[in-house]
Design a binder for this molecule. Structure first.
Ligand SMILES: Cc1cc2nc3c(=O)[nH]c(=O)nc-3n(C[C@H](O)[C@H](O)[C@H](O)COP(=O)(O)OP(=O)(O)OC[C@H]3O[C@@H](n4cnc5c(N)ncnc54)[C@H](O)[C@@H]3O)c2cc1C
Length: 407
């Protein structure tokens, strides 16, 4: 079965990245399709009000101000903020094996918040709600099973045999992107030999709208503040990245033993852990596509790069890709060029690769710096943190850039 309709742009993957891109490109006037394996009804479903920690989605993201602005410009942020979301005003990072500690405060950066913690599904839901009222043609419940170059178009085959084509196909199908493989774009990747344990907890003390991160030799532990419908300030999402053998040991503990270890690891900054949801463990792997583009094809989001979650930047990098690809495609539209124009795609790749690689290198540097126990390194990182903490304006400038307050 072949579909005679040719899209300007087909986006494959309706996660946080692909849905935002499809929406933005359709708003620019491109004839845009969005293909997503999940079903529309499920993606648009309202989250149930929180009764217990188990009602939160385990995967949450710290959405930077830059990403918020993008979602706002697409008409989706209002829907996100109408539901559960937690703007955080503070961030405290410290070295569990030393005395170094650094604290950032939104007010010192002249910002209302450093970012907002949101459940991933709430962002996807808000974007799908915006897609509903847009010109995007949503092809949901559809698994792409093949993709190929066909003259100056790209063909796509869906499970069941339906075929579609577009001048430009953008793959936003996540870390294990089949689209990337079909386009013949290799990756450079390495295993961190770590797993991230994620779950939701209730603590006896308020999170004080602060993101807490303690580094230790075996990996970082983050407590990210969550908001409930009733204004409860005692619920946090945790991301505990640990060396694989240690993560396996922690996952095998019963809830009481796990929470006891968790309290110890966060140095009881938030008091007693009173309740805990089911735990999930994600293997951590750094991936970077050597090229983001091929004729009539581009990668965005996790399909192009995955990084360690220690600074919560994965989705934000994806939104950086979306912003730049939209900018380049808008210029192409104004100039009457095809969305698959080689120079347009090359400019997208050039602008994003450098920034993504810089962030990936910084994450790797952090991980190495805190993963070592040699005395000189411990001294450098602890002295460095204390020194930076004392440098008000410089510290704030660095933080503002890192948190996307300066675009
Ligand atoms: C433990 C952990 C914590 C994290 N914390 C943060 C954080 O605090 N802040 C942050 O910014 N990032 C964070 N991240 C990263 C963030 O979750 C990802 O970067 C983000 O979800 C990637 O979004 P995406 O849309 O690119 O890919 P995905 O979310 O993987 O979406 C891909 C979509 O493509 C669809 N799809 C796949 N294959 C096909 C196919 N063949 N046909 C049709 N559809 C298909 C899927 O159904 C899915 O909807 C974290 C990651 C981990 C592992």
């Amino acid at each position: 079965m072949s579909d005679s309709k040719v899209f300007d742009i087909l986006v494959v993957g309706g996660g946080m990245t692909g849905t935002a891109l499809a929406l933005g490109l359709s708003q620019q006037g491109w004839k845009t399709g969005l293909i997503e394996a999940g079903e529309r009804a499920a993606l648009l479903q309202d989250p149930a009000p929180v009764q217990s920690v188990a009602d939160f989605e385990p995967r949450v993201s710290a959405i930077s101000m830059a990403s918020q602005q993008l979602l706002d410009s697409l008409g989706a942020w209002e829907c996100v903020t109408a539901g559960r979301h937690c703007p955080y005003q503070g961030m405290t990072v410290w070295d569990g094996d030393g005395t170094g500690r650094i604290h950032f405060e939104a007010a010192e950066l002249q910002a209302r918040a450093l970012g907002t913690i949101v459940e991933n599904r709430s962002i996807v839901r808000a974007l799908f709600a915006a897609v509903e009222g847009s010109a995007v043609e949503l092809i949901d419940g559809a698994q792409v099973t093949g993709s190929w170059l066909d003259g100056d178009q790209r063909g796509i085959e869906l499970a069941g045999g339906r075929k579609l084509s577009a001048r430009l196909v953008v793959a936003a199908d996540g870390a294990h992107s089949r689209m990337r493989q079909w386009a013949g774009l290799p990756t450079r990747e390495w295993d961190y030999d770590q797993q991230a344990i994620v779950c939701t907890v209730r603590t006896s003390q308020s999170h004080r709208y602060t993101a807490w991160q303690r580094f230790s030799q075996t990996g970082p532990l983050a407590f990210l503040p969550l908001a409930t419908e009733t204004g409860d300030e005692n619920v946090c999402s945790i991301v505990w990245s640990q060396d694989t053998h240690e993560a396996r040991r922690l996952m095998a503990l019963d809830d009481a033993m796990f929470t006891a270890e968790l309290e110890r690891a966060i140095e009881r900054e938030l008091g007693v852990v009173e309740a805990i949801s089911k735990r999930f463990a994600f293997p951590l792997r750094q991936r970077h596509a050597k090229d983001y583009i091929a004729p009539g094809f581009a990668l965005v989001g996790d399909a192009a790069h995955t990084i360690h979650p220690l600074a919560g930047q994965g989705a934000n990098l994806g939104y950086g890709d979306v912003r730049v690809l939209m900018e380049e495609l808008l210029k192409a539209k104004s100039a009457g060029l095809s969305p698959a124009n080689e120079l347009v795609l090359a400019r997208y790749q050039r602008r994003r690769k450098g920034e993504n690689l810089t962030m990936m290198a910084a994450m790797e540097g952090f991980k190495q710096l805190f993963g070592r126990d040699e005395l000189p390194l411990r001294w450098i990182r602890n002295a460095g943190m204390r020194w930076l903490d004392g440098l008000g304006p410089i510290k704030n400038r660095i933080a503002a850039e890192a948190m996307g307050l300066i675009i």
